[in-house]
Design a protein around this ligand. Structure first.
Ligand code: ANZ
Ligand code: ZN
Length: 868
């Protein structure tokens, strides 16, 4: 037969699926609903191999579930707002809208060439007016429910370009375009109250068994719940500021109070300001510290610095003990109370700080087995478990017991009419700042009226559309300097008002798109009934890079949309799978990276050498790394599809490694995959003519039964593999099945019709098992076999249990507990029969020496033990 020609076959089958609207999902179609979703792409220009891997996996699940009779929802769209479109506008003078939609067109065509079973009728881009209109509705709903609010917050300010910068636009503390040192400015910005849900977002993680533990852990840490104590420290009257009497700290380790050697406050803390009032050097330090980065990560890595205010705080458990009060750059204003007490022996930051400023280091937790007389910390704080010592009434307690003892005592201590301490649960999680001072995003639908203040836009005036006529000549937000767009009418008083020019963080767009897909044309954000019927997403698949923010924000939105009546569910994603990366060797010609397409590899005596095709010169082979433009180690999916076809690309992506691990893309691997494509085609198409005249029912002779068993076992195995998303195992099983069938299929011309029936059955099983991974090839085979209808619409093969059973089992035979030999019996033989056969064995007879056995233990399917 002829070689399989994917170039001709793939577009042909894609057109047939399209014409039949095979993958258009009706909300009311029969079958249990199953929603499979891959994280939608950002339309950056072209799809990359990471997309191919992600969508190939999702497509296997979608096609499999469809074949199993589910009503499958498998949609696709575009996460289309964001900075790169504005950058392109600035660099190439192309409108962000044009740039974005052109990219979408390119990438849609690329995805279509992969033959994905997507419901394109539900497609949308988040920059479609239709979509952001609904997002504005949601915003107003959140505002009404008190889930959105405004407050002042810090932003990165470029003093030369006079504009706010996104975090990504700050490079080493400088503006990416101006190069000027970035300042922190306070701006009034919009926030969503994600912290209101902190406790629930945390505890609900325990009820997501189909999420990777790793992701749940990352979410837990991000939410960062800690139980601690608020402790008020009196300021020593000697030199305290007139209007401040005390400083309250948040601590999770009140058990270490007797190891305290200083108190430290954040640069923005009121006490810093008060202390700096008459102290220019301190004022300069505070100013300097405030300029530093605001992110926790920056603070974590910055050098720990402090400044002694000269104030002293009185130890809460000893009125005769005071410690110095510092302003320190590592204390965050927006965590706890913005003030801490430092216990250097048991906290690394405090220890570094104490060593730097020569403060006492007194250990108060003794590690098990350590000697109280000699134990000391060197440069490493001891943060483990142990027993409290040097701690007066706490001596001998565990840290937990010490926590409670201190809490009790201080809760009962009165300090100016209030308890000196109280328990508090703190979260690291902050409210979600959604304001962005950018053009290419969803406009926040509010107005600023001089008479009425901040007024939500009237719902009948939605959508607030982005203006088209904008210029990127100057840095900053083009909405701010648009000649007319800002001018509007206040819906409350009818007077003039100005539009909000902030647009929403693009993470907002991707926080509810999965719900919109359930009824993409609904007048409101969702049709709640339909959304509830489809959600949660049964299987969500995407990169681990979204393990924290995107998933957390989507989980928040699910709660916010429940509060505003747009859906009613606990969690958006029931199953989550994070796939590994696609990696590739790197190549270097001197200092220049070389694309794999320009490299030819030769192998001799186990050594590989690389030749650069364009120059003929030998070049260096570098390490294997994530495909990236910077190292040029990328392979363009289009090239692969053009040379080998989409099925080969899909098959290779699924075959080589477990889906959660990295897959190494190699030319040899792709070629191997393609050889299998051709082999499968040959095996099936050459058998096909002999299968036409097959009998109705397969024979039960041993050869036919062996064939049937191979097919039915593969069916059971592949089903199980796909259920567990073990695609590489499914692939391995299918290689095996083709091997098992190739021999018998080659001699079909002389086989009896009943034997052909078994072969026909095996062939149709094989083709259907392959279909989720290689759907085009499967259709071609299906047609060659003369099957009616489309393979993509055929039901999944169901394995017959009888064919999965082994006919015979081999049991170890023990004499007095020692294995002496084996016995093979028919599967399902009863105990008596097994016992009789065992006793007849030569070596058992010999051991018995003519005597009756004392006891015979038979565990069918497991073991036989004869006691003599
Ligand atoms: C004394 C102490 C002794 C502490 C010790 C730790 C170990 P988590 O678990 O993240 O909640 N802390 C409190 N507020 C802070 C702020 N605004 N900026 C920087 N650090 C702050 O951490 C709580 C601990 O972090 C608190 O417990 C406090 O230091 C510090 F051996 O108090 B601890
Ligand atoms: Zn007004």
């Amino acid at each position: 037969t002829e070689r399989y020609n994917p170039k001709a076959a793939e577009p042909r089958w894609q057109a047939v699926w399209d014409e039949n609207k095979l993958f258009e999902t009706r909300n009311d179609a029969p079958g249990e609903k199953y929603y499979v979703l891959e994280m939608f792409p950002y339309p950056s220009g072209r799809i990359h191999m990471g997309h191919v891997r992600n969508y190939a996996m999702g497509d296997v699940v979608a096609r499999f579930k469809r074949a199993r009779g589910h009503n499958v929802l498998h949609p696709m769209g575009w996460d289309a707002f964001g900075m790169p479109a504005e950058n392109a506008a600035m660099q190439n003078k192309v409108h962000p809208r044009e740039w974005t939609y052109a990219n979408i067109a390119t990438m849609r065509a690329q995805l279509k060439s992969m033959g994905l079973s997507l419901d394109w009728s539900r497609e949308f881009a988040t920059c479609d007016v239709d979509y952001y209109h609904r997002q504005q509705m949601l915003f107003l709903d959140l505002l009404e429910k008190g889930l959105a609010y405004r407050r002042k917050s810090k932003v990165n300010w470029d003093p030369v370009d006079n504009t706010v910068l996104a975090n990504e636009q700050v490079i080493d503390g400088r503006g990416w375009r101006s190069g000027a040192p970035v300042e922190q400015r306070e701006l009034t910005q919009w926030f969503f109250t994600i912290t209101e849900f902190a406790e629930d977002l945390l505890s609900a993680l325990d009820h997501l068994p189909e999420w990777p533990e790793k992701v749940r852990l990352m979410q837990r840490n991000w939410i960062g719940r800690s139980e601690g104590l608020l402790v008020r420290w009196r300021l020593d009257a000697a030199n305290k500021p007139a209007d401040i009497d005390e400083v309250e700290v948040f601590t999770t380790r009140p058990d270490t109070l007797f190891g305290a050697s200083f108190v430290a406050v954040a640069p923005d803390h009121p006490l810093s300001k008060a202390a700096a009032a008459g102290n220019p050097k301190l004022a300069a330090f505070v100013e300097e510290a405030r300029r530093g980065g605001t992110s926790a990560a920056e603070i974590e890595t910055a050098e720990k610095k402090g400044f002694d205010t000269g104030l002293r705080a009185v130890h809460p458990l000893d009125p005769n003990w005071t410690v110095p009060v510092y302003v320190a750059n590592f204390v965050l204003m927006d965590y706890g109370t913005g003030a801490i007490f430092g216990c250097p022996a048991h906290d690394q930051r405090d220890l570094d700080f104490a060593r730097k400023y020569a403060l006492p280091v007194v250990p108060v937790v003794l590690p098990e087995g350590a000697d109280a007389a000699t134990f000391d910390v060197g440069t490493e704080a001891f943060t483990g478990e142990g027993t409290l010592f040097h701690s007066r009434f706490l001596d001998g307690l565990t840290p937990d017991e010490g926590f409670d003892a201190v809490a009790k005592r201080l809760e009962d201590t009165d300090l100016s009419g209030r308890p000196q301490a109280k328990r508090q649960v703190n979260f690291r999680l902050r409210d979600w700042g959604v304001s962005r001072q950018r053009y290419w995003g969803c406009p926040i639908p509010v107005l600023h009226c001089e008479a009425c203040g901040v007024v939500p836009e009237a719902r009948e005036n939605l959508p607030v559309r982005l203006p088209d006529d904008i210029d990127f000549e100057k840095p900053g937000n083009p909405l701010d300097r648009h000649p007319t767009w800002r001018q509007a009418t206040c819906p409350q008083c009818g007077g003039p008002a100005l539009r909000e020019t902030d647009t929403m963080d693009t993470f907002v767009d991707s926080s509810w798109y999965f719900a919109r897909f359930t009824s993409p044309h609904a007048a409101g954000p969702t049709d709640p009934q339909i959304a509830n019927a489809w959600l949660p997403v049964n299987q969500y698949i995407g990169g681990i890079e979204h393990a924290i923010l995107h998933l957390l924000y989507s989980r928040f939105f699910t709660r916010a949309m429940r509060a505003t009546g747009h859906l009613d569910l606990d969690e958006p994603f029931k199953g989550l799978f994070t796939q590994g990366m696609v990696v590739h060797e790197t190549y270097r010609d001197g200092s220049e990276w070389v694309v794999p397409a320009d490299v030819s590899i030769t192998e001799a005596d186990g050594a590989r050498t690389a030749t650069r095709l364009s120059t003929g010169g030998q070049i260096a082979i570098g390490s294997i790394e994530k495909m990236s433009k910077s190292k040029k180690n990328v392979v363009d999916p289009d090239d692969i599809i053009a040379s080998y076809g989409a099925d080969t690309a899909r098959w290779f992506m699924l075959s080589d490694s477990p889906p959660d691990r990295d897959v190494i893309w190699t030319e040899a691997g792709v070629e191997g995959a393609h050889r299998f494509v051709q082999r499968l085609w040959r095996v099936v198409s050459e058998a096909a003519p002999h299968l036409a005249g097959a009998a109705e029912a397969p024979s039960d002779d041993p050869a036919a039964t062996a064939l049937r068993k191979a097919a039915h076992r593969a069916a059971a195995g592949v089903t199980d593999d796909i259920e567990r998303l073990a695609f590489n195992k499914a692939v391995a099983r299918l290689y095996e099945l083709v091997n098992a069938l190739a021999g018998p299929f080659a001699s079909l011309d002389t086989a009896a019709p009943e034997a052909r029936a078994a072969a026909r059955e095996a062939a149709t099983i094989l083709v259907r098992l392959v279909a989720p991974m290689m759907p085009h090839l499967a259709e071609e085979c299906w047609q060659a076999l003369g099957e009616t209808g489309l393979c993509a619409a055929a039901p999944w093969p169901v394995a017959e249990p009888a064919l999965l059973r082994d006919d015979e089992v081999t049991l170890p035979v023990q004499i007095n507990g020692k294995k002496r030999g084996d016995l093979t019996v028919p599967a399902g033989a009863d105990k008596a029969a097994i016992e009789a056969e065992a006793l007849a064995l030569d070596f058992v007879q010999a051991a018995l020496g003519g005597q009756a056995p004392k006891r015979v233990v038979v565990v069918p399917g497991r073991i036989i033990n004869v006691v003599v």
